[in-house]
Design a protein around this ligand. Sequence first.
Ligand code: ADP
Ligand code: MG
Length: 278
Amino acid sequence: MTGRHAIDARREQAGRRMRTTAVANNKGGTGKTTTAVNVAAIAASMGYLTVLIDLDDQGSATKWLGHSPANTDLVEVFRDDRPLDDVIRSTAVDGLELVRASAELADADRQFGGEAGVQHALLHALEKATQRDFVVIDCPGDLGLVTIMGLAAADDVLIPLAAGAMELNELPKLTRLIDKVRRRLNGDLRISGVLPCRVSKYGKHTSKVVADVLDTLRKHFPDELLSTVIHESIRHGEAFSAQQPISWYEPGGTGDREYRAAVAELLAPRAREVATRG
Ligand SMILES: Nc1ncnc2c1ncn2[C@@H]1O[C@H](COP(=O)(O)OP(=O)(O)O)[C@@H](O)[C@H]1O
Ligand SMILES: [Mg+2]
C-alpha cells in the first residue's frame, strides 16, 4: 500500500494523535531546513499524513517544495486567528502538505508580538486545524518570538548540528531556551534528537575534530544524540535547486539513506519509553 491509500487507512485509525516536531537551532546554516524538508518528505512517503510549517521568513523550505513564500498567510494566522487549514498547500510529494513562509514573519514582533497569548498562537492554530499524523516545523535561525512559538507548539525538538566547535559553543543558548519554554509554556517539550549534519567525510584532522564534537555531544545528550550522522554532500544543494527532497532527487544515495535512518530513529518508540511502559 502506498501514498494516499496508506494515509487514508491511517487516518481511519481511531484515536490517532498528531505529533509535532520543531526543527530548531539558533545557528544559521546548520541543516535545519535540509533536515525539516527531508524528514517531512520521508515520513510522508512512509504513509504519515505530514505538514511542513515554514516559520523562517527566508522561505527556503517553501522554495524547496516548489512554492513561493507568501506575504502574510502565517501572519494572519497568528494575528487574526485565520484558520491554518486556509493556508495549507499541497506539494509534489504525495502526503506532504506545506504552510508557506510569510515574508512578514521577519517583522514578527511588530506584526503580532503584542497580541494576547501570541506565544501559543501556533499551538492553538494546530489544535483547530484538520488533524495530520505529523507536523514538522522549520524554525528560523534565531531564538526570537517565532522560534518560541514553534517550541511552544511542539511535542519535541530535533536539533540539527553542524559538527564543529563553533556550533557547540552556541548550543547552551538553545538548550536554555528549551528549558525556559518547558518551564513557562510547554511542560511536555522534550528533545527527540540531536542530529550531526554536514559531517565531513575526508581528512585526518577533520575526523579528529568531528570525533571530539561527537564525544562532547554524547556526554551532554546521552539519550538524545542520534546514532545517524548526515555527511556533507553536494547532492543536498542540488536537490534544493531541483526542488526535490533528497530521497526523490537521488533515491538510494547517501543522503537518502542517512535521512531515512534518522527518520527511523525519530519515529521509533524510544527504548526507554517502551521499557517504562512494560
Ligand atoms: N549534509 C549537507 N551537506 C552539504 N551541504 C549541506 C548539508 N546540509 C545542508 N547543506 C547546505 O548548507 C546550507 C545551509 O543548510 P540549511 O539546511 O538551509 O540550514 P539552516 O536551515 O540551518 O540555515 C545550504 O546551502 C544547504 O544546501
Ligand atoms: Mg533554514
